[in-house]
Structure formats: C-alpha cells, structure tokens
Design a protein around this ligand. Structure first.
Ligand SMILES: [Zn+2]
Length: 342
C-alpha cells in the first residue's frame, strides 16, 4: 500500500468508528443529556477528559503537576488548562463556556463544552443533518445613523469599512460559485433583528457578520470571531451564568456548523493576517438571535490601535481580510462535503 492509500484506509476506518460513536452520542439540537456527566462541579455537569479522549479516539496525557491535559491524534493537539476557559487547538485559541476543573486528581470539562464546542470542532461528522452551502448572506455591521466605531485621526468610520469589506468578500465568494446577498449595499440604517430575518427570507445557508473593534486602551489589537453562545453557558465576556443563558434561541439549532465555520474562518484569518489571535469566542449578538442557518461574526481588528487602525484603512489589508474569510468558508464547505459524502 502506498502511504496515501494507507492514510485513506485509516481515515475511512476512523470515520466508521466515529460515525458509530456519533450515532450513539447524537442528541439533536436540544440540551445534551446530563447522563454523560461524571460529576457535578459548581452546579455544572462535568465529564472526565480521559473519558472524552476515549470517546473521540484520541490519546490523553495529564501533566505531572495536573495543570494541563492534552488530547492528541495524528493531526490534532488540544491543550486544556486547569481553571481556564481557554484551550489551544493546534495552537489556535478557543474559549470554553466553563473553566476546566481539577477534581480528585483528574481534569474535567463541562459536558456543555464537550457537546457544543469540542465535538463540533473535532468530530463534526457525528452531527446529523449536514447543511449545504450555496447561498451566503454577508452583513456589513452598522450603517446609516449607526456609524459603529470611529477613528477621528484617520477619518475612518466602521460602517464604511464593513461595507467595503463586505463588497470585496461578495465578489470573491461569487467568483467561487456562491450566491451572495448583502443585508445592505449602501450607507443605510438596518435594524439588527432584521439582519437575521433577511438571511432567513433568502434561505441563506451561511450568515457572515463583519465588524471592527475599538476599546479605550490603545495597545489592544488582533482579530476574533464569534458564534452564538450555546444554551446553558455564559458568553465569553463574562463567567457568571445568568437567566438568559438558560434560554434556547433559534440560532442555537445550528451550533455545530456555526462553531465549525467560525473556527475555520478565525484560524484562516490568523494564518493569513498574522498578528494577535484573540480567539474563537461566543456572544448572543442581537443580529443572530433569530438566525435559521449557521453564522459567525468577525471582528477584523481594532480601530483604536495605532498600527492596526492604519492597516485597516489600506485597501490591501481589506483585500487580504476578504481572501482569508473566503478561504475559511471554502475549507468549511469542503468539510461539509466530506461529511455528507464519506
Ligand atoms: Zn461593530
């Protein structure tokens, strides 16, 4: 057997094993069953990382000081840190809903994180109803009477930059054969909830929100990508669970696919643009709540950072951003095809 063929055979057998695991673990889009929890910590169901590794068919290694757990396979390495919500997936940052916990000499992750983040990223093939990808709605943030963030020195307004980036992204995606719509193609006001409704109306297969960031501090920079926060976990910006976190929203239904698409795009943005990886994060953005297809939101850099702001103002930088987002979406599409046609 030549190496490529052997790899294919291995891939196929892995796929069969993972599919079998998937059939038993698949739980639709409602709450993950708490039966898979090993222990309840901080009122949250947790599962042992060693058990997770067995279910995913990965190796597991716990560091001697018990502060780090590593899941690994031939192509993938996931590092979990005790008391941290941040994991590194092949060195890319992913934020969990709950901190990793050390309990009686073993590391645990919440079952929500296992079902809503780890499985979508590592074994997307376990989820049924794989979506197609033909129609994409791009949502340039803000517009009209909502300018978004402003850099006065550079004379740069977020609503203009998101629209410019959206138009470039539209042309690129169309050249790859996708059918693309914008929620606005001029400087006009669009209510946030109408953005998702528009995507639903044109039966979008993917919703892409484009934004730029700004903060008080002039030293903060980098790119981050968000998808809608799964049920029963807090968004990345806070750690305490609130009543809203218990609710199930329409956008929760496509969590596995939003997670996969969002992570691929964030990874491609960091690969292409370099700079600071601010991670794959979660938030319940109002423009996504009613979404009936997978979606993600890119924060493509900081207006408030001197250098990054100047870069965003250049056409070349925005061209590269649009190329990276396109390539991330194409990788996501290839994965969907691979899962749908094993
Ligand atoms: Zn914005």
């Amino acid at each position: 057997m030549d190496t490529t063929f052997r790899q294919l055979v291995m891939l196929r057998s892995w796929f069969l094993i993972l599919t079998l695991i998937g059939l038993s673990a698949s739980q639709g889009w409602s709450d993950p069953p708490l039966a898979s929890a090993d222990v309840t910590l901080f009122k949250t169901p947790y599962i042992n990382l060693g058990k997770v590794s067995g279910q995913l068919g990965m190796k597991y290694q716990l560091s001697k000081d018990m502060k780090e757990g590593i899941l690994s396979s031939r192509w993938t390495k996931v590092r979990f840190k005790k008391d941290s919500r941040l994991l590194l997936l092949n060195n890319y940052k992913v934020y969990l809903g709950y901190a990793v916990a050390l309990y009686r000499g073993k590391l645990y992750i919440s079952t929500y994180d296992y079902h809503k983040t780890i499985k979508p990223l590592l074994t997307p093939q376990v989820f049924t109803s794989v979506p197609k990808l033909k129609t994409i709605v791009i949502d340039p943030g803000h517009g009209g009477k909502n300018p978004g963030c402003i850099n006065k020195n550079l004379g740069m307004i977020e609503k203009d930059m998101t629209l410019d980036l959206a138009k470039r992204l539209k042309r690129l995606l169309e050249s790859r054969g996708y059918r693309v719509f914008l929620t606005r193609d001029s400087d006009r006001t669009v209510e946030n909830q109408n953005r998702a409704l528009f995507a639903n109306h044109v039966k979008a297969d993917l919703f892409v929100c484009l934004h730029f960031n700004s903060v008080e501090s002039r030293s903060v920079k980098g790119i981050e990508t968000y998808t809608f926060t799964p049920q029963n976990q807090p968004s990345t910006a806070r750690s305490r669970l609130i009543e809203e976190d218990r609710k199930l929203f329409p956008a929760n239904r496509d969590n596995p696919w939003s997670t996969l698409a969002g992570f691929y795009v964030q990874r491609q943005l960091i690969k292409t643009m370099g700079g600071v990886d601010r991670g794959f994060k979660r938030a319940r953005f109002s423009m996504m709540i009613d979404l009936q297809c997978p979606g993600f939101l890119v924060e493509g850099g900081f207006f408030s950072h001197y250098e990054e702001g100047r870069k965003i103002k250049t056409i070349n930088h925005r061209v590269r951003l649009s190329e990276a987002i396109t390539n991330g979406i194409v990788t996501y599409h290839k994965t969907l095809n691979r899962i749908a046609n094993p």
